[in-house]
Design a protein around this ligand. Structure first.
Ligand code: ARG
Length: 303
């Protein structure tokens, strides 16, 4: 679970390799905080190229989840999202095995370059995976967990990602809406995770189209429940990837500027390159945060 290449997502018919990653990208956003979802150029899709580096504090809710005792860069294995002073949202598969023990984790916040000395490191007090998450059947959703920090993050409320209540989701999280995913996951098969947070824009895809695409590769429609949301381009070229798991997919807009649409969960299919990201008809699959807002609110209240 801890190794960069050891995290696996098993689905009924296929094992999805979940090594650690960052954002594989081919497109870019035009200006700071104004993104575009233009189709990647053919050249860009011919090979996976790195996403754009985020600027400092551009995505203030992004955290890195790492192995305690290591430094921020070497320890990194998943992303997470600050949603309150002491609460981080992440993927259920990020907190399995050794990573299910709070004593083994640290959370890094307030940093763009993991090799810089910036930011703050927190210990973890508690981990609450979603009760319906099943690590033996990762393909089936509910890939979400809450992490409580040992103390309040030194960040203002402005740094918290906005949870999409149903009314907000209706207005901002819909097919073709332009979304941005961020993280320190891998950018190309042969690369290590990047030092600097990457960000890339791509459209939200309907569950129907996402099921159709994965159906081509033999996945059953059950592999993409309604409580997931997909994003990407039909032709691939742009995607989150290993090491981005647990991190945020946001859509610009709403009362706080960005709405948290998804949590990086899984994607891709077995293919000759062995690389499971940014593939044709292989959209990124994200936990649809809207579906879990009641559970998030209740869990924070109880803990
Ligand atoms: N599960 C991966 C991780 O642990 C993220 C995979 C995302 N894959 C994709 N093709 N979007 O980091």
């Amino acid at each position: 679970m801890f190794g960069r290449t050891l995290i696996r997502h098993a689905s009924k018919t296929t094992v999805m390799l979940l090594a650690l990653v960052t954002v594989a990208s081919g497109t870019a956003f035009a200006q700071q905080s104004t993104f575009n979802c233009l189709t990647p150029s053919r050249q860009a899709t011919a090979r996976i190229v790195g996403g754009q580096s985020a600027t400092y504090n551009q995505f203030p809710w992004q955290v890195s989840i790492g192995i305690r005792g290591r430094d921020a860069y070497d320890g990194h294995f998943c992303g997470g999202v600050l949603i309150g002073a002491r609460w981080v949202l992440t993927a259920g598969h990020c907190v399995q095995g050794q990573a299910s023990d709070p004593a083994n984790l640290h959370i890094v916040h307030g940093v763009t370059n993991l090799r810089s000395e910036q930011g703050n490191m927190y210990n973890v007090e508690r981990i609450v995976p979603h009760p319906d998450y099943n690590n033996d059947d990762v393909g089936q959703g509910n890939d979400i967990a809450l992490i409580k920090l040992d103390r309040a993050a030194s960040a203002g409320r402005g740094a918290y990602a906005l949870l999409p209540q149903a009314s907000i989701a209706r207005n901002f999280v819909f097919p073709e809406a332009c979304a941005v995913v961020t993280g320190w996951g891998t950018t190309r098969p042969e690369d290590q995770a990047p030092n600097t947070m990457q960000a890339v824009a791509m459209p939200i895809i309907s569950n129907e189209e996402c099921r159709r695409a994965y159906g081509v590769h033999g996945f059953s429609p059950d592999a993409i429940p309604d409580s997931d949301v997909c994003a990407g381009f039909l032709q691939g070229g742009v995607d989150s990837c290993q090491g981005d798991s647990g991190g945020p997919l946001v859509v610009e807009g709403g009362p706080k500027g960005f709405v948290l649409a998804g949590i990086v969960s899984r994607g891709g299919y077995d293919n000759p390159t062995g690389f499971w990201c940014a593939l044709e008809e292989g959209y990124g699959i994200y936990t649809r945060v809207e579906s879990f807002v009641p559970w998030i609110v209740q869990t924070i209240r109880d803990n």
